[in-house]
Each structure stands twice: as C-alpha cells, then as structure tokens.
Design a protein around this ligand. Sequence first.
Ligand code: HEM
Length: 349
Amino acid sequence: VRLADDRVVVMREPDVDRVLKDPARFRSRGRVDTGNVRPRIPVDIDPPDHARYRRILDPLLAPKAIAPVAGGARELAGELIDRFAGAGGCDFAVDFAVPWPSQVFLRVMGLPASDLPELLRLKDVAIHAGGGDAADEQRRVVGQEIYAYFDRHLDQAGGGLIVQVREAELDGRRLTHEELLDVFYLFVLAGLDTVTASLECFIAFLADHPAHRRRIVEEPGIIPAAVEELLRWETPVEVVPRVLGIETALHGERLAPETWVHAHLGSANTDARAFERPYDVDFDRPANPHYAFGKGIHRCLGSHLARLELRIAMEEFHRRVPEYRLDETAELTWRPGIRSVEHLPLVFG
Ligand code: HEM
C-alpha cells in the first residue's frame, strides 16, 4: 500500500519477512522520532555495528539473566491485585497494567520506584504525543529531559541493568557516556510501554471472550501458549518502520532510496499464507511463529522479560479474579502505534 505522502506499508507476511530480514536494504537508521537527537541503540543502528551492541546486550536480558526477577515480580503482582480483587471491579489499566510492569522494569534497571511518575510522563509524551508541530516540540523537550534523567542516574545506580551495561566491555572498551544514554533512552521507552500495552490488549480481549478466559482460569498450564496466541492476535506493536537504502522493486513497483517502508506486523500475523485460520484465536496452535516481537536482527531484545511478565500477570490475575467483563457503560479509546488504552474498566463476578 502506498500512502499519500509516498510512504509504503508492506502487509503480506512474505513481504514483511523480507523487509525485516534484509537490513542492508531496509535500514533502521534515521527513523521514528521519539524526541531523540542521536540514534537509539540498538534499534536505530544498522549492521555491522548493530551486532556488536547486541553481543553485549543479549546476555543481560537472556532467560537465565532475568529469571531472578520472577519471584519479586509475582509478589508485587499479588499485592497490587489484592488491593482491588475484593472490590466489584477495577480500572485494569490504572490499577495494574501501568504500575506493575513499570515497577518490575525499574527494579530490573536498578532505578528507584519513586522515579516512576516522572519516567511515565516522559515516555508517554515521547511515544504518544501524536503528530504535528506542537507534538514535535513536546517530544523534543521531553527527549532532552530523558537524556538529562539518565545523565543524573548513570553514576548513581547501584545495581541492575544500568550497572551491567555500564560495566560491559565492547571490543575491549566500555561504552561511552553517549552510547549509554542512547541505550537507556530506548530501554525506558521499550520497557515502560510495551508490556503495559500488551496486558491491556489481552485483558480487553479476554473480558469480551468468556470461553477463552475460562480456559485460562481452569487450565493455567495453557498460559504460555495463550500469551503467544494473544501476542499474535493483538500485535500490540503494530508496525515497524524502515528506510530504503537502495532502489528496490516491490511487486513491480520501483521504490527510490530514502522511501519509508513500514512493515505491518499485525497484518503479517493474520495472513493466511503463514497462519492457518488466522482469525481464530486458538490457544492450541501447534506452532506460532508470530511477528509480535519483530524478526531478523532487530527482533525484540526484551522478549524474554516481556514473556515472563505476561505469564506471571496472567497467572496471578486469573487466580484472584476468575470472572470479569468489560464495564458496558465505558467506551475504550485505543491509542494507535503501540496499542493501549488509558482506562480499562472491568466489572468482576
Ligand atoms: C510484549 C512486549 C513487547 C513487544 C510486543 C515488543 C516488540 C518489539 C518489536 C516489534 C521490536 C522490533 C523493532 C524493529 O524491528 O524495528 C522490538 C525491539 C526491541 N525491544 Fe521490544 N517489545 C516488548 C517488550 C520489550 C521490553 C520489556 C524491552 C525491555 C528491555 C524491550 C526492548 C527492546 C529493544 C531494546 C529492541 C531493539 C532491538 C534491536 O533493535 O536490536 N522490548 N520490540
């Protein structure tokens, strides 16, 4: 699909796959504006430098490295849910989907929980300010605040990812101060928004699909598969952008260098070329090679942490609140891009 401003959106699964797996042609450098003034590491970095950064970052977010987070995260989830489980309902977004993953993420980073309101404000503007000159200006200001925040905290942090990345060696040297800022700029956006958005998508779906919800309650062993299927179905990060490095033919159309090419992950995830009965939400799919975390070299660095969090949240919430539905008097307003809602009012029982 060619948009009015000449950007191209790639919808079919084989094309999305091609775009994601050919980073020399479909480049990441110079793309979305989240108020940053330098490329964010590693998402805006192309080969060959990209692999060097991933080599030091991957082990820090590998399943083994993040496993110790699980116990505390589960405990915190229980505490938060217990506060509203006995009431007639909750605002799932405000009461859980925002505070829980972000507090877990701050612990992983080694940042104080008291900084959460400030960081949430910064990432909300950076990601959700919208289009137009006023939004650009807001993002620019907030971008400077994000750099300033990490400027202050880089040396103060006493543990967690901040210290691990600070002390990691890249080809025999530590990352520079600017490189560290560029890593954490991305981490704060990626870590504070995506799991929140995914939980909102999941619970909104399950509130409206009682048979799927009951299956999760009665058969918690299905939760890991349900998380994958809901990631496929909901695709909270809908689209990832690239910029063409060289002239390229796509379905007979010649696209000039510098053309923006958006890979539509949600569309690939519901393409019958790749998924049988793509519109059925089926927790028993034998395989689920979905695109919700992207593919290729930029595949989500935080996917193990995201999965761990999503599984824990689904287990702890459904154990305490087995019956719930959407409050019929409320209208959900979804924000695009990273699909999320500000309010998700649920009625229990
Ligand atoms: C369910 C939650 C999440 C979803 C759906 C998600 C989705 C994605 C997607 C689609 C990409 C690919 C971007 C591209 O190709 O341009 C990506 C990359 C990335 N994600 Fe996630 N993400 C999630 C959670 C997280 C978390 C919790 C972190 C925290 C550390 C994180 C950190 C990153 C980073 C650093 C990259 C860039 C990787 C690279 O460019 O090599 N993500 N994510």
